[in-house]
Write a protein that binds this ligand. Structure first.
Ligand SMILES: NC(=O)c1ccc[n+]([C@@H]2O[C@H](COP(=O)([O-])OP(=O)(O)OC[C@H]3O[C@@H](n4cnc5c(N)ncnc54)[C@H](O)[C@@H]3O)[C@@H](O)[C@H]2O)c1
Length: 444
C-alpha cells in the first residue's frame, strides 16, 4: 500500500514509521519545513523511545521518506491520513479543527488534480463527532464522491510507549460504511491480523466518539483514584492498597489507578473539554466528565499548596518566600519531552508566586519547558539540581529518580524535605533516612 501521513508530530511520525515498518510505502508530510529538514538529515524532532532506530531502518530500506510537498507525496497514494493537531480552541474549549480543515482542502485539491481512481482519506487526529462529515463535504466540493471516501481511524497510542502501542494495540477502530474504503483499511492493518488484534469496523460517527469516550473514561479513572487519595489522607488509609483492592476486581481493572498530581498531556485535558462542548451542543450533557475536569484543574493547584504546607510544617511555620525548591521532572509523564498541560506548569508558577526560587531538572523536556517556564534555573542532572535547595519535589516519575542515593540527597539539601507526588518512595524508608516526607494518599 502507498500511504501518506499528513502531520509528523507524535502521532503522525510514529504511525508513519510503523506503517512503513509493516512493509507499506509511506511518505510523511509536514508543513513545518524545519521538521522535514531535520528528519531528512537523520534527526528526530521529538523524544520517543526507539523512534530514531525505527526511522533510520525504514529510511534505509526506502519505504519511508519525508517532504513538505503534499502533491508530490500524494502521487499514486491509496490512503492519505490526517494526523495534524487538534488543540483546544482558545477561549471556548472546542477542538480547533482549523489544521484538519486546511489539510483537507489541500488534499482535496490534489485528488482533483490527479487521475487517481479512488483515494481513502483517513482522519487519525482526534476529532469531534461529525468532523468526518465536514471533511467529506470539503472534498466533495472539488472531487466526485465516487473517487474518494472519508474514514475515521482514531489513534490510541501513548507517548513514551508509542511504538509498542501502535504495533500491538488492544484494538484498531475503523469508522466507515464504504466497502472499498474498508478493504483499503484492512490491507493497511493486515500485519496486525497475525497478532489477532481486534479490528472494530463501525460507522464514522461512532468511531469518532469512541476516541473521546475512551479518553474521558481514563481521565475519570485517574481523577477517581486521586480523590480517593485525598480521602485516604483525611482518614489515615493507604491509596495504593485501595487501588490494589479495587483493581483486582476484573470489572474495575488495575490500570490507571495510580494517584498523582492530576492528569496532563496533549490529550486528556483537551479531549475531555471538547467532549463536554460536543455534549452540550447536542443538549446531552456529560456531567461526570465536567466534574472530572474541574476536580483535575483544582488538583494541580492543590499540589502547590501541599508542597508549601510540607515545607512550612517542617519549619514549624512561616512560608516559602525566599526558599529554594528543587523540582525533579517537568514533562507530563516519563519517557516523553511533551510539556503540554503538564502539572508542573500549574505547580511551579504558584510556588514562584509565593516567593520561592525554583531549580529544576528533567532528562528530556527542558528544551520544551524553557519558553513555558522561563523564570527557573535549569540544571543538568538530578543531584546538581538539589545542591543547597530547601526541599525537593518529584513531579514526574522518570526511572532515574526511582533509586536516588538518599544519603547523598540529604547531604546536598539544606533541609531534608521530600515531596513525592508520584509515590515512588516508601514512607518508612524516607523516615529512616530522616526526611520530612510527603506523598499522595499514604500514611507517613
Ligand atoms: N500525542 C498523543 O499522544 C496522541 C495520542 C492519540 C491521538 N492524538 C491526536 O493526534 C493528533 C495529532 O497529535 P500530535 O500530538 O501528534 O500533534 P503535534 O502537534 O505533535 O503534531 C502535529 C503536526 O502537524 C503538522 N501540521 C499541521 N497542519 C499541517 C498541514 N496542513 N500539513 C502538514 N502538516 C501539518 C504540524 O506542523 C505538526 O508537526 C491530535 O488530534 C491528537 O489529539 C495524539
Amino acid at each position: 500500500m502507498r500511504v501518506v501521513m499528513v502531520g509528523t508530530g507524535y502521532v503522525g511520525l510514529v504511525s508513519g514509521v510503523c506503517f512503513s515498518d509493516f512493509g507499506h510505502d509511506v511518505v510523511c508530510v509536514d508543513k513545518d519545513e524545519k521538521k522535514i529538514e531535520m528528519l531528512d538529515a537523520g534527526g528526530i524532532p521529538i523524544f520517543e523511545p526507539g523512534l530514531d532506530v525505527l526511522v533510520s531502518k525504514n529510511v534505509k530500506s526506502k519505504r519511508l521518506s519525508f517532504t513538505s510537498d503534499l502533491s508530490e507525496a500524494m502521487k499514486n497514494a491509496d490512503a492519505v491520513f490526517i494526523g495534524v493537531g487538534t488543540p483546544s480552541r482558545r477561549g471556548d474549549g472546542y477542538a480547533d479543527l482549523s489544521y484538519v480543515y486546511a489539510a483537507t482542502e489541500e488534499i482535496a485539491q490534489n485528488i482533483a488534480a490527479s487521475d487517481a481512481p479512488f483515494t481513502v482519506v483517513v482522519t487519525k487526529s482526534t476529532v469531534p463527532v461529525g468532523t468526518g462529515d465536514e471533511v467529506e463535504a470539503i472534498i466533495a466540493k472539488h472531487v466526485d464522491p465516487s473517487r474518494f471516501a472519508v474514514v475515521s481511524n482514531p489513534e490510541f497510542l501513548r507517548e513514551g510507549s508509542a511504538i509498542t502501542d501502535f504495533k500491538r494495540p488492544d484494538r484498531v477502530v475503523v469508522g466507515t460504511e464504504n466497502e472499498k474504503a474498508r478493504a483499503v483499511m484492512r490491507a493497511i492493518y493486515r500485519p496486525l491480523f497475525i497478532n489477532e488484534t481486534p479490528i472494530l469496523f463501525t460507522t464514522r460517527r461512532t468511531s469518532e466518539l469512541i476516541k473521546y469516550a475512551g479518553n474521558a473514561f481514563l481521565a475519570t479513572k485517574i481523577t477517581f483514584i486521586n480523590e480517593m487519595a485525598d480521602l485516604c489522607e483525611a482518614v489515615g488509609a493507604n491509596v495504593q492498597e485501595v487501588a490494589r483492592g479495587i483493581g483486582l476486581d476484573k470489572r474495575i481493572g488495575s490500570k490507571f489507578l495510580h494517584a498523582g498530581p492530576g492528569y496532563g498531556g496533549s490529550c486528556f485535558p483537551k479531549d475531555t473539554l471538547a467532549l463536554t462542548r460536543t455534549a452540550n451542543e447536542h443538549n446531552s450533557p456529560v456531567t461526570i466528565v465536567q466534574a472530572v475536569i474541574d476536580a483535575n484543574n483544582q488538583r494541580k493547584s492543590n499540589m502547590a499548596d501541599k508542597i508549601m504546607r510540607t515545607i512550612t510544617a517542617h519549619h514549624g511555620g512561616g512560608d516559602v518566600s525566599g526558599k529554594t525548591i528543587a523540582i525533579l521532572g517537568l514533562a507530563f509523564k516519563p519517557n516523553t519531552d511533551d510539556m503540554r498541560d503538564a502539572p508542573s506548569l500549574t505547580i511551579i508558577p504558584r510556588l514562584i508566586e509565593a516567593g520561592a526560587k525554583i531549580r529544576a531538572y528533567d532528562p528530556e523536556s527542558m528544551k520544551e519547558a524553557k519558553p513555558l517556564l522561563p523564570d527557573i534555573e535549569y540544571l543538568d542532572n538530578a543531584y546538581t539540581c538539589l545542591e543547597g535547595a530547601d526541599a525537593v519535589v518529584i513531579i514526574t516519575e522518570w526511572d532515574e529518580f526511582r533509586a536516588l542515593n538518599m544519603t547523598r540527597v540529604k547531604a546536598l539539601l539544606s533541609a531534608p524535605i521530600l515531596v513525592d507526588l508520584r509515590n515512588i518512595y516508601r514512607p518508612e524508608t524516607m523516615k529512616a533516612h530522616g526526611f520530612t516526607y510527603s506523598n499522595i494518599g499514604r500514611p507517613v
